[in-house]
Design a protein around this ligand. Structure first.
Ligand code: FEO
Length: 173
């Protein structure tokens, strides 16, 4: 059984993960419209992953005698200045998510809720991985600058990453 404070804090995290999913879906659609097919596949995949993060919390609340409520999700930006600024926004978003996960861990410790604390460790690791991934993409973008062929190759690499993560299935489908 989870405490009311933990349930409330996890409930807020459902909205945070839901917003991430919506932002990445919007980025996927924008990349698609701009002709960056690989990046579109990458963001469709990221959006699916964020939805999975949201669902994991929803199930955790319900599996521990709570009642998860599906929240209204704020509308994401419709378009992005350019490829580079899109990835800068991803890092900002992930850093916000990391901060809210760490805040949740603090709440679990304060409430002495070991089950929630244990559950949240997966999110702590996941955030480290996600921040590392986007920082590596931003580093590549720094090298590429405004070079079109570099951008083309990075777009292709992002598409391959999405395909590998999806076990070879078409992530844009
Ligand atoms: Fe689930 Fe990357 O936030």
């Amino acid at each position: 059984m989870i405490s009311k404070n933990i349930e409330k804090a996890l409930q807020q995290q459902i909205a945070v993960e839901g917003y991430s999913s919506a932002v990445y879906l919007s980025m996927a659609s924008w990349m698609d419209a701009e002709g960056f097919e690989g990046s579109a596949a990458f963001f469709y995949k990221q959006s699916d992953e964020e939805r999975m993060h949201m669902l994991k919390i929803l199930h955790f609340i319900n599996d521990n005698d709570g009642h998860a409520i599906v929240p209204a999700i704020e509308a994401p930006p419709k378009s992005f200045k350019d490829f580079h600024s899109c990835f800068k926004s991803v890092l900002d978003q992930e850093q916000k998510v990391t901060a809210s996960i760490h805040e949740l861990v603090n709440t679990a410790l304060k409430e002495r809720d070991h089950a929630a604390h244990n559950f949240l460790q997966w999110y702590v690791s996941e955030q480290m991985e996600e921040e590392k991934q986007v920082k590596s993409i931003l580093n590549k973008l720094k090298i590429i600058g405004k070079d079109g062929s570099g951008l083309y190759l990075l777009d292709r690499e992002l598409g391959e990453m999405a395909a590998n993560a999806a076990g070879g299935e078409d992530a844009t489908a």
